[in-house]
Each structure stands twice: as C-alpha cells, then as structure tokens.
Design a binder for this molecule. Structure first.
Ligand SMILES: Nc1ncnc2c1ncn2[C@@H]1O[C@H](COP(=O)(O)OP(=O)(O)O)[C@@H](O)[C@H]1O
Ligand SMILES: [Mg+2]
Length: 272
C-alpha cells in the first residue's frame, strides 16, 4: 500500500434495523483517501454523510466491510483501542460547535489532550498557543456563550487541531454560521489544510467546494460522483515532516507536537 494512503474503505456497509425495517445508511462503500486531501462530501439529507464521518472518526462501526487507517484494519478493534486511536489521530468539528458551556474556552481547547499524559500546565499552554493562532488568546477565560458563533466554531477548530491529529473531520461546520463567519472559518480550515493536514468535511453549500481538492457527491449510501480538482502530486505535504527540519521559534505559533517527557526533563535539569 502506498505510504500516502491514509484511509481505505472497502465494501463498507452500515445497516439499521432488520427485515421490514432494514435500511442501509452506507452500501458497499469504497473510498481511498490520500494524505493532504481536502474532501468535501455533499448529498441530500439522509444519504449517509454523517454515518460515513462517524465511522471514519471511530465514533461508530460499520456492519461489515474493511476500514484501513494507516494500513491497519481498524474495523473490528476493541472500543478501548478505538477511543485511543480517535484521541490521537482524529479531530472533530461539528455544526453546533459542541463546546462545554461551563468551561472557559482555554479548557475546552485543552480537553483532547487529557489522554496525552502531559501535565495540566503543559496542556493549557499548548491550548493557549493554539488559540493565539485563531486570535482568540485574549479571550481564553471567556465562556463559550460570551463568543459569537463564528468565534465558537474557531474555538472548536482549535480544539480539533490541538493534538495535531492526522485527520480533521467536519460535519457541516458552517451550517449554523452567517456567510461572513463561514468565510472566516473556511479560511482557517484552508490554512490547516495548506499545512498538509487531511480534512474531510460535509457541507450543503456548493460555493464552499472551491476550498476542496476533491468533491464527493453521495446518494443513498453510495458515491454518486467523485471529482478531484487537485492532482495527487500537488497535494500539500504534511507539516510534521517540515517541523522536524525547522527550529522551534518558527513553530511556536503553530502546534507544539514535539513529543516530550516532562518528568525526565526535570530530573535532567536538577542534576545540572
Ligand atoms: N441510529 C439510527 N437508527 C436508524 N437509522 C439511522 C440511525 N442513524 C442514521 N440513520 C439513517 O441512516 C441514514 C443516513 O443518515 P445520516 O448519515 O445521518 O445522513 P446525512 O448525514 O447524509 O443526512 C438515514 O436514512 C438515517 O435515517
Ligand atoms: Mg448529517
């Protein structure tokens, strides 16, 4: 399998109900996704878009079929392992932002890092760095309701990328926003994509497809049309490769994803 292949779905089927009530949200769905693609998924309500995103995001399971993530078949791994992979590799953005209302936005953004083992200070610092990229650092102690919808969605995007996941999944992220806020949110997603991240986004708004490198139209749980607007060799390179070559000063404003072991570092310092 090519190294650039991030996701491979083979014969993916999601069935609801049995007998008379049987219906298929996805039917023998095949899809190969390369690193660096920005895929927009469109199609009528009920055609299976959210089901597809939830399965790719390891929030749901297919009834049958194969799902390879980085070459590993993850279709039937344990729920625990699913959760761990999800926390590490996937960032979600939802239509209704899904922020926790009684947590300051800084802590909302820090939430996905609970599984990293980092200290709380480190998590909040990383969240703060990520928020600054969205020009929301000065509001980090605001509660979600104190922000506009567009700002809340930018907080949600900050939360989605704080762990530097491999895949960002967005289910109608501009569905609740006015056109100006939609534009700002799309520019943020574009910047994240330009850094080499893979984004899969559901939208009903055809004018947003200018941001995509590939547009998939779904119908009745299957792919109706699939159009690539950017050739595979022109997809952006993953930023993680670039980061390793760069010094930290360039990188402060991005996402700090360098693996560190704070305890060992402290001990080393004490010895000096
Ligand atoms: N929990 C469920 N139980 C039964 N049917 C469901 C369930 N979730 C989704 N469906 C059905 O699966 C189909 C696809 O749903 P969904 O993926 O939400 O579509 P979309 O996001 O494209 O609007 C729909 O017909 C929907 O009614
Ligand atoms: Mg949906």
């Amino acid at each position: 399998m090519s190294e650039n292949i991030l996701i491979e779905l083979r014969g993916l089927t999601k069935r609801y109900g049995y007998g008379d009530t049987e219906s298929f949200a996805l039917k023998d769905f095949d899809l190969t996704i390369k690193r660096g693609e920005f895929i927009m998924i469109m199609g009528p309500s009920g055609c299976g878009k959210t089901t597809l995103l939830n399965i790719i995001g390891l929030l749901d399971r297919a009834t049958r079929g194969e799902f390879f993530l980085n070459g590993e078949n993850v279709a039937s791994i344990s729920a625990r392992r699913q959760a761990r992979l999800r926390a590490k590799k996937i960032g979600f953005v939802f239509q209704n932002f899904n922020l926790i209302e009684d947590l300051p936005i800084l802590e909302n953004v820090a939430l996905p890092m609970v599984y990293t083992g980092y200290s709380k200070t480190r998590r909040l610092k990383q969240a703060s760095n990520t928020l600054s990229r969205f020009h929301l650092q000065e509001r980090e102690y605001y509660l979600p309701y104190q922000l506009s919808g567009g700002q809340q969605q930018r907080v949600a995007i900050a939360r989605a990328i704080v762990n530097n996941p491999e895949i960002i999944l967005a289910d109608e992220p501009t569905g609740n926003l006015d056109s100006r806020s939609s534009h700002i949110v799309m520019e943020e997603l574009k910047a994240i994509h330009d850094e080499g991240n893979t984004i899969i986004m559901v939208t009903h708004n055809p004018s947003l497809t200018v941001y995509a490198t590939r547009v998939i139209n779904m119908l009745d749980g299957q792919i109706d049309t699939d159009v690539k607007t950017v050739a595979d060799h022109n997809l952006p390179q993953p930023i993680s490769v670039k980061i390793k070559k760069k010094k930290k000063d360039n990188f402060e404003t991005l996402i700090d994803n360098t693996p560190k072991k704070p305890r060992k570092r402290k001990k080393a310092r004490r010895k000096k």
